[in-house]
Ligand binder design. Structure first.
Ligand code: PGA
Length: 250
């Protein structure tokens, strides 16, 4: 049985006072059976994990370097995220791929670094609008999945997030049929590579303009085990409602 996961990605948003949203969220989700994760900017990971200590809310990073330490100005390692209280890290978000030129190989190395440090890795894949219009969606996510998910990953700690680039921050979402098509395909592709049991143990999140008003219908789609939420994770009331919708989904 896969445990559902509601993950929030604050991106480059949040100052010290924003940690109050995590305290508020913790109060809203005390009875939930799903995993609840907030990934604030690196500057807030420690403060957020202190605020979330003893609550069901887990804290994660948004990226990590492949090395444990060294001369890499501005970077943060997976071990440093663990040290600051993180349980997960997002790797290969489309904004990292686009803004920082991260390749599938780099993303796979980051997922390996996460595993080395004992962090869960949320590995992101997803097509651009032009790629969808060209009919290439499944081919694109298949290549990203093959090359961004390292060999020998552990099922329990590896999460795949399908995030169509054109749905991120736009208010637009794929149809439920389109989400089902990609998620079923991801599960089958993982099964072909890692075997049925391993594939059935991995969580598949949908991401891109998830909000309280569309969460329930998205969570009813086959092979959707949760969500990676950007904008709607910034406010405890919105994200708490999304967690509740996931908790109530079958
Ligand atoms: P959004 O972002 O929910 O604001 O569309 C999702 C994401 O990029 O993870």
């Amino acid at each position: 049985m896969r445990r559902k996961l509601a993950a929030g990605n604050w991106k480059m948003n949040g100052l010290a006072a924003s940690v109050d949203e995590i305290t508020a969220l913790a109060g809203m989700v005390s009875d939930t059976t799903v995993e609840v994760l907030i990934c604030p900017p690196a500057t807030l990971v420690h403060r957020a994990s202190s605020a979330a200590d003893g609550t069901p809310v887990m804290i994660g990073g948004q990226d990590c370097h492949i090395a444990e330490s060294g001369a890499h100005t501005g970077d943060v390692s997976a071990e440093m995220l663990v040290d600051a209280g993180a349980a997960y890290v997002i790797v290969g978000h489309s904004e990292r791929r686009a803004d920082h030129g991260e390749t599938d190989a780099m993303v796979a190395a980051k997922a390996d670094a996460a595993e080395r440090a004992g962090l869960g890795a949320i590995i992101c894949v997803g097509e651009t609008e032009a790629q969808r219009d060209a009919g290439d969606t499944l081919a694109i996510v298949e290549t990203q999945l093959s090359n961004s998910v390292p060999e020998g990953v552990s099922v329990e700690t590896t999460v795949i997030a399908y995030e169509p680039v054109w749905a991120i921050g736009t208010g637009r979402t794929p149809t439920l049929e389109q989400i089902a098509e990609v998620h079923d395909f991801l599960r089958a592709t993982l099964a072909a590579r890692f075997g049925e049991d391993a594939a059935n143990g991995m969580r598949l999140l949908y991401g891109g303009s998830v909000k309280p008003s569309n969460a329930a219908e998205i969570f009813a789609v086959s092979n959707v085990d949760g969500a990676l939420v950007g904008g709607a994770s910034l406010k405890a009331a919105d994200f708490g409602a999304i967690v509740e919708a996931l908790n109530e989904a079958d």
